[in-house]
Write a protein that binds this ligand. Structure first.
Ligand SMILES: [Zn+2]
Ligand SMILES: [Zn+2]
Length: 542
């Protein structure tokens, strides 16, 4: 499928799910990729953490791919670049902060990719596409929308965004600038759906600063730890100001915080961050004179907060000290976060979350912000992305209610024609998920994962039949404890009997022997435990 005289849109990831954003635009024979993200698997695929979009469609057409434009540096937009960008063999484009973080990841992975830093807001051209970055506020430095102009109309690709009157870091496009983009005419707006069910605007970083100062000041004489996403540079800026306003010295615990602060400073951010003290100095100061920034607010057990909660970190807390969660609970992480909060509570450490105080705001637009942006951009077509089905359907409804003439509901793999003619899905292409399993990237629901799930559910029984017909049986993961020896004895007899019952040619047919042994062992396990384990039969060579 080569794009003809038309404008196409295709999500390979990030539509009908939140995470691993990979979007393609097709026009006049060429494809342009916007973002190359990944997802954290949240135990969906046992033994793995990273999930990627299946890029088979574009890998087969990489001769027609002309570049990958990255909107911002969140993992769900850049995380797959170290694994796939070299193979795709086209240049990456990113603004300076994003580019620095991507570059570190590429270097760590040993991937050789041309990375172009776009440090201006002027239009640049890639084949039939004209592209311009449009800064928007988000929960990371350098959130960007894109204006992509084509012979068939302009796209406004929002990326992840919010409206913020006091963003603290960066200079988002103004209402007037966004209205001017609308004045030029926008065929399609491809828009973030994450918070479409939020009836309120996301709120401003400036409000968070006020609330955090109030909250920290309330805990005089106590050691205060604040956890937040390392990549939220505006929040780090805020916390630097909170430390100054509450007359506390700032200490930073966690490698990802060290890294982001270093990269942010080289890009000109956080220049007025107070000096950071080390753990020893922090512990030697009176409790009420320290503010500790810590990673691990999503419950990661090995991150700083996890270790602090176990009393296993140089930063030690005691009863009455305070931990502020200046972050949202990412769905899927509730249990892990709860575990850390329970450990802190057990030690009578005070926990404050964004439910008790306004110490966090989201980086995604609520309904009032979506409505405002629609009214400025005035697209002809709305294409919701960056959401599960319910979020994207709801955004399509909201767009319609706000007078956007057309919307296109699409999911990963739906090839959509935006122009010419009536916009809509024209076909389906291969899309799916890959996982990083050990060092191997493979299909997310491939044989290994399917089997691993079964093993985890039911355990395994191994049957060995030697050259003299003697049988051994061992089980792993069966709930048999003291009955285990009796079970294996009975299973051995059952297997031997089942094999002995075979007649004529069956006695020499390895498949028949193996299947008879497998069924006999499985029945024995069912009888003894109620479980139906996987059974592996090993026969003598030959
Ligand atoms: Zn983001
Ligand atoms: Zn995102």
């Amino acid at each position: 499928m080569k794009p003809g005289k038309e404008l196409l849109f295709l999500a390979l990831g990030g539509s009908a799910e939140i995470g691993m954003n990979v979007n393609l635009y097709g026009c006049d024979g060429k494809w342009l990729m916007v973002d190359l993200g990944m997802t954290f698997g949240a135990n969906e695929y046992p033994g793995t953490e990273l999930v990627f979009a299946d890029l088979d469609f574009i890998e087969e057409r990489k001769a027609d791919l002309i570049g990958i434009v990255l909107t911002h540096a969140h993992e769900d937009h850049i995380g797959a670049a170290p694994y796939f960008a070299e193979e795709l063999g086209v240049p990456l484009y990113a603004t300076p902060f994003t580019a620095k973080l991507v570059n570190e990841k590429l270097e760590e992975a040993g991937a050789h990719v041309e990375l172009n830093v776009i440090d201006h807001l002027d239009r640049f051209e890639l084949g039939p596409f004209g592209i311009r970055y449009v800064p928007l506020a988000h929960s990371i430095a350098e959130g960007n929308a894109l204006v992509i102009d084509t012979p068939y109309g302009n796209i406004f690709h929002t990326g992840d965004w919010k409206l913020d009157d006091a963003p603290l870091v960066g200079t988002p496009a103004t209402q007037a600038e966004l209205t001017a983009i609308g004045d030029d005419g926008v065929l399609a707006m491809v828009c973030d759906s994450t918070n479409v069910f939020n009836p309120n605007a996301s709120g401003s970083e400036g409000e968070v600063r006020t609330a955090l100062i109030d909250e920290v000041k309330r805990h005089t004489g106590r050691r205060v730890v604040v956890t937040t996403f390392a990549s939220n540079v505006a929040r780090l800026q805020t916390l630097g100001e909170v430390a100054l306003a509450s007359h506390r010295k700032l200490c930073v615990a966690g490698r990802s915080l060290d890294r982001i602060i270093r990269v942010a400073k080289t890009c000109g951010y956080l220049s007025d961050m107070p000096q950071i003290i080390d753990f020893e100095t922090a512990m030697s100061l009176p409790r009420g004179e320290v503010l500790v920034l810590a990673t691990g607010g999503q419950g990661e057990p090995r991150a700083a907060l996890g270790r602090i909660s176990e009393g296993n970190h140089q930063i030690a807390l005691e009863a009455g000290d305070v931990v502020l969660f200046s972050s949202r609970q990412i769905p899927g992480n509730e249990v892990a976060i709860g575990r850390i909060q329970n450990r802190l509570a057990e030690r009578d450490i005070t926990i404050v979350t964004d439910r008790q105080a306004e110490i966090h705001v989201s980086g995604h637009p609520g309904r009032p912000e979506l409505e405002a942006l629609y009214s400025w951009i005035r697209p002809e077509i709305l294409v919701p992305v960056h959401g599960e089905v319910r979020h994207m359907k709801e955004q399509a409804r909201l767009g319609k209610a706000c007078g956007i003439p057309k919307s296109v509901f699409q999911q990963n793999g739906d090839l959509v024609r935006l122009a010419p003619g009536k916009p809509g899905k024209i076909s389906e292409v291969r899309a799916g998920r890959l996982i990083l399993d050990g060092d191997i990237i493979s299909a997310a629901n491939g044989e290994a994962i399917v089997m691993r799930r079964r093993l985890a559910q039911n355990g395994v029984v191994i049957v060995v039949i030697d050259g003299k017909g003697r049988v051994q049986v061992e089980g792993l993961g069966l709930p048999l404890d003291e009955d285990y020896a009796d079970f294996t004895a009975e299973a051995r007899e059952d297997v031997a009997a089942a094999v002995a019952k075979l007649k004529g040619g069956q006695r020499h047919d390895r498949d028949v022997i193996s299947e008879a042994a497998r069924l006999a062992a499985r029945r024995a396990a069912k009888r003894w435990s109620g479980k139906q384990p996987q059974v592996k039969v090993i026969l003598p060579e030959g």
